[in-house]
Design a protein around this ligand. Structure first.
Ligand code: ADE
Length: 249
């Protein structure tokens, strides 16, 4: 898989050299290129932002460096993939994007080429997304219902969640199956040696060697944990919804 990331803080993406993702890059399972947006400016101060039209707080990212950076991503990725007609699937991290889920991680893991546009400040001039969407598939994507300072931390999380699903990245593929969010339930609690620690014993059933009983106990634990921590996963109507409009008229 090819992944391009454009950011004004390329150093933020350095953790993607570590651990399993770093190894996946060494093994060429993942070809990840990080691009500095400021390399696509033409003024002495390498300016990437300006005040918002219409007024309001903060700064907005100017479209010209973004246009040039994304054109470069297109050319670089086509060369790397040796596919002169290919286009990336562009993901734009934003708190107003579609919530990222494990199901989406699986969909993205099937893509040959992803690109990420990391916004900062109040966001990127809307025309950048419109222009990209006239040529490529584009999806604004949110890590969750909270606000980060920029898209970089979201990219770290999304790339890790996607790359670990690529064949060969996680050594024991079985460990990918029984995880939280793979089948709508949270994971069961896990224990290792010693069997007794600070007066706390590992549940007897796990020492019993009775595989059927262990599987049943784990399933019950998954249900109980999901009911207490994430009732919305069992009953979507339990999801927090916005308060009703007090004055519908
Ligand atoms: N940028 C700022 N906040 C974000 C969030 N919650 N998800 C993705 N990108 C973001």
């Amino acid at each position: 898989m090819r992944v391009d990331v454009v950011s004004i803080f390329p150093a933020y993406l350095e953790p993607l050299q570590l651990s399993l993702i770093g190894k996946a890059r060494e093994q060429a399972l993942l070809d990840l290129a990080v691009h500095d947006l400021r390399d696509f400016t033409h003024d002495r101060h390498r300016t990437v932002d300006d005040t918002p039209y219409g007024g309001g707080p903060g700064m907005v990212m100017r479209p010209e460096p973004w246009g040039a950076a994304l054109d470069h991503v297109e050319a670089a990725g086509r060369t790397a993939l040796d596919r002169p007609d290919a286009s990336p699937y562009l993901l734009v991290p934003s708190p107003s994007g579609t919530p990222f889920t494990q199901a989406m991680a699986h969909q993205l893991a099937d893509e040959p080429w992803l690109a990420f546009a990391c916004g900062r400040y109040e966001g990127i001039d809307e025309r950048v997304v419109e222009d990209a969407a006239s040529r490529w598939r584009v999806t604004p994507i949110s890590l969750g219902d909270y606000v980060l300072n920029g898209g970089e931390v979201a990219v770290l999380a999304i790339v890790e969640a996607v790359a670990r699903l690529l064949p060969g990245v996680v050594g024991n593929a079985e460990s990918l199956v029984e995880e939280s969010h793979e089948d709508g339930l949270l994971e069961y609690p896990v224990y290792t040696k010693p069997a007794s620690w600070r007066g706390r014993d590992v549940p007897d059933v796990l020492l019993s060697g009775h595989h059927g009983a262990i599987a049943r106990w784990r399933h019950e634990q998954r249900l109980a944990r999901t009911a207490s921590r994430r009732p919305d996963l069992l009953d979507p109507s339990a999801r927090i919804s916005p308060p009703p409009n007090p004055d519908p008229g």
